[in-house]
Design a protein around this ligand. Structure first.
Ligand SMILES: Cc1cc2nc3c(=O)[nH]c(=O)nc-3n(C[C@H](O)[C@H](O)[C@H](O)COP(=O)(O)OP(=O)(O)OC[C@H]3O[C@@H](n4cnc5c(N)ncnc54)[C@H](O)[C@@H]3O)c2cc1C
Length: 284
């Protein structure tokens, strides 16, 4: 059991890891890569860093710094999070438990480019199997996606729905063997008051009651929704100290909105870690 479990290893997550490790706590930060920072060609506006490193280089320095101070940093994709008294995070490298959880997953949420999808949001189209599966008991549903996150959502739904089909929308399916997979590109959705069918560019269609969007990777707001963490406009809601509405759950960086810069992510990561440290020490 980790004292502080951090999801995301960008500047916010690594900063939280550095503060947690320096407080002599057991810290794990899990992320799939260097997030938005890795995409920056060079960073010129961060205090004290005068050699204009590329985002990837600055990120690697942060990883090394966190590890040298005693934090564990793991590369894996996060597919689910549960409240289990503490927090359990499910990843492609196994599941991990923490007394506290820090969301530091950046802000990479994207909506699928499918005609009419907004029209059916909340009326058949869902972004969260854990939240909405109950409404589709005994019904026919599909998961939109092609990787680990889609598989995770499909596995959750199969215990509730009559049938679960995975729609990859033209992308190759990655390791989704236990479900019927349709690889055709989607052209549009249809239905009167709620979703009734998905239509493919090939001309065929599939009658459906529900479509669960799980394209790419699970984003911060999707996982926050699953846990019951409050968010607004796609950003996790926190107080001035990075505290969310759930006990022992904190958030920092681009996933809480604000200025969306390395400097703010680092500052918010520190604040969230200080709140987590206080929480762990109070509970001892
Ligand atoms: C092209 C570009 C240029 C930029 N230039 C600058 C600049 O010059 N100066 C500046 O201050 N800021 C710049 N920024 C913004 C800056 O990069 C971000 O504000 C900062 O990286 C946010 O840090 P973060 O830790 O909150 O999120 P991120 O850096 O996005 O890190 C998110 C972390 O979450 C992980 N993650 C997310 N989902 C999952 C999942 N399902 N499974 C596993 N891991 C997951 C990611 O792998 C990553 O580790 C730039 C951004 C971009 C895109």
């Amino acid at each position: 059991m980790y004292d502080i479990l951090i999801i995301g290893t960008g500047p916010a997550g690594l900063s939280a890891a550095i503060y947690g490790a320096r407080a002599n706590l057991r810290v794990l930060a899990v992320g799939k890569d260097g997030g938005a920072l890795q995409k920056a060609e060079k960073i010129d506006n961060y205090f004290g860093v005068t050699d204009s490193p590329g985002g990837t280089e600055l990120w690697q320095r942060g990883v090394e710094q966190a590890q040298a101070l005693g934090a564990e940093v793991k590369t894996a994709e996060i597919t689910g999070v549960e409240y289990t008294g503490g927090y359990t995070v499910h990843t492609t490298a196994g599941s991990f438990e923490g007394k506290t959880l820090v969301f530091a997953m950046g802000n990479a949420r994207k909506k699928p480019d499918i005609r009419d999808i907004e029209k059916y949001e909340g009326r058949g189209v869902s972004y969260c199997a854990v939240c909405d599966a109950f409404f589709f008991r005994g019904k026919n549903v599909a998961v939109l996606g092609n990787g680990n996150y889609a598989l995770h959502e499909a596995e959750f739904l199969k215990n509730v729905a009559a049938s679960v089909t995975v729609l990859t929308n033209g992308k190759p399916s990655e390791g989704i063997e236990d479900f019927e997979v349709i690889g055709d590109r989607i052209s549009h959705l249809s239905g009167e008051d709620s979703l009734g069918a998905v239509h493919f560019e090939s001309g065929s269609s599939l009658e459906l009651d529900g479509l669960f969007v799980a394209e790419g990777f699970a984003g911060a707001s999707e996982l926050a929704n699953k846990l019951g963490v409050m968010s607004s406009g796609g950003f996790i809601t926190v107080d001035d100290n990075g505290v969310t509405n759930l006990p022992g759950c904190f958030a920092a960086g681009d996933c809480i909105g604000g200025t969306l810069q390395v400097a703010s992510a680092v500052s918010e990561g520190a604040k969230a870690a200080l709140s987590a440290i206080k929480y762990v020490r109070t509970k001892k």
